[in-house]
Design a binder for this molecule. Structure first.
Ligand code: SAM
Ligand code: DTB
Ligand code: SF4
Length: 343
């Protein structure tokens, strides 16, 4: 259990660091407890920090699809994989804003724009910044995922009003090179550091079902929990196997193991939103319900993610009604309710 303090933690606390370091051993102990105990612990932690029936809703848009130079073994958009996906140019700003307006009308509070880039080119930055400014002006939270960022690019995005940057570590440091060879785990951490130093909120998580072990999944969460500040948002994706990719025939993750990872994320990062991300079209209502019970409190809405399918609004509405879930209001709306002011 988390209350067993390791020698490293004791040292950190003695040195004045109030946040205990999470060791692999502590995380494994939590992860492997009987399922009912794990779920009880996760739900207890969840209720200390969140409304247990409120789910944050984000909407994704691919602003630049396909033709990516990176070789991520799971991705439909890698130019290295014969997936048959047609590459497109960066979308016009006006089109992005029209799509964002529709998402806002459908109840999304965060708009997340993704590009199939290794990193943004300086010539693309003006359009990207205009997208951030336009979406922000609609009153939605903004998120982007554009690949690696330099410190300067991160600062420009922050100044334009970008709230969150998504950059997944995807798996453990140990397993990383089995999945991606065109960049390293350390590159990923460097961008996360640039995002944090620029003052943005961090969204970082990973994918389950790529042939990794339980140990890899646990270590991935330990890395995230031990960042100087944990990510505000932790997407947990179930691999969507894409024909033509290296991982098209990977062994699927067992649903119970998937829920265990969600619960561990909730316990190790008690104040972060844990997002039940890709792969929901293949999940039963019961599995999604268990994930919410284990502490997942965010989803992607709409019928497409970036290139792959997602359940869509009417199916999610039915699930929410059945489970008594409601959309989480924006943070500023929650604060306004507490102070009695209009947001
Ligand atoms: N190019 C940018 C990057 O890689 O950082 C942003 C877009 S990338 C598609 C965003 C994330 O989507 C990846 O890091 C990965 O975790 C997730 N993802 C991509 N393809 C997926 C798949 N087939 N199944 C599940 N998750 C996937
Ligand atoms: C994340 O962790 N999952 C989202 C978002 N961050 C950008 C992307 C999921 C992509 C699923 C595959 C596709 O749509 O191509
Ligand atoms: Fe490119 Fe991102 Fe896909 Fe990797 S995950 S191939 S970086 S779009």
């Amino acid at each position: 259990m988390l209350d067993k303090i390791s020698p490293e933690t004791a040292n950190a606390q003695a040195a004045g660091d109030p946040r205990p370091m999470i060791t692999g051993e502590m995380a494994r102990e939590i992860y492997h407890q009987p399922f009912n105990d794990l779920l009880f612990q996760a739900q207890t932690v969840h209720r200390q920090h969140f409304d247990a029936n409120a789910i944050q809703m984000s909407r994704l848009l691919s602003i630049k699809t396909g033709g990516c130079p990176e070789d991520c073994g799971y991705c439909s958009q890698s130019a290295h994989a014969p997936t048959g996906l047609k590459a497109s140019k960066l979308m016009e700003v006006e089109r992005v804003l029209a799509e964002a307006r529709k998402a806002k009308e459908a109840g999304s509070t965060r708009y997340c724009m993704g590009a199939a880039w290794r990193s943004p080119k300086d010539r693309d930055m003006d359009m990207v910044l205009a997208m951030v400014q336009g979406v922000k002006a609609m009153g939605m939270e903004t998120c982007m995922t554009l690949g690696m960022l330099s410190p300067e690019q991160a600062l420009r995005l922050k100044e334009a009003g970008l709230d969150y940057y998504n950059h997944n570590v995807d798996t453990s440091e140990r397993y990383y090179s089995e999945v991606i060879t065109s960049r390293s785990f350390a590159d990923r951490l460097e961008t996360l550091d640039n995002v944090r130093s620029a003052g943005m909120k961090v969204c970082s998580g990973g994918i389950l079902g790529m042939g990794e072990t339980a140990e890899d999944r646990i270590d991935m969460l330990v890395t995230l929990a031990n960042l100087p500040e944990p990510p505000e948002s932790v997407p947990v994706n179930m691999l969507i196997p894409i024909p033509g990719t290296k991982l098209a025939n990977a062994e699927p993750v067992h649903p119970v193991d998937f829920v265990r990872v969600i619960a561990l994320a909730r316990i190790l990062m008690p104040t972060s939103h844990v997002r039940l991300s890709a792969g929901r079209t293949e999940m039963t209502d019961e599995l999604q319900a268990l994930c919410f019970l284990a502490g997942a409190n965010s989803i992607f809405t709409g019928d497409t993610l970036l290139t792959a399918d997602n359940p869509g609004e009417s199916q999610d509405e039915k699930l929410f009604k059945r489970l008594g879930l409601k959309p989480e209001p924006l943070q500023m709306e929650i604060e306004a309710e507490h102070t009695g002011c209009d947001a």
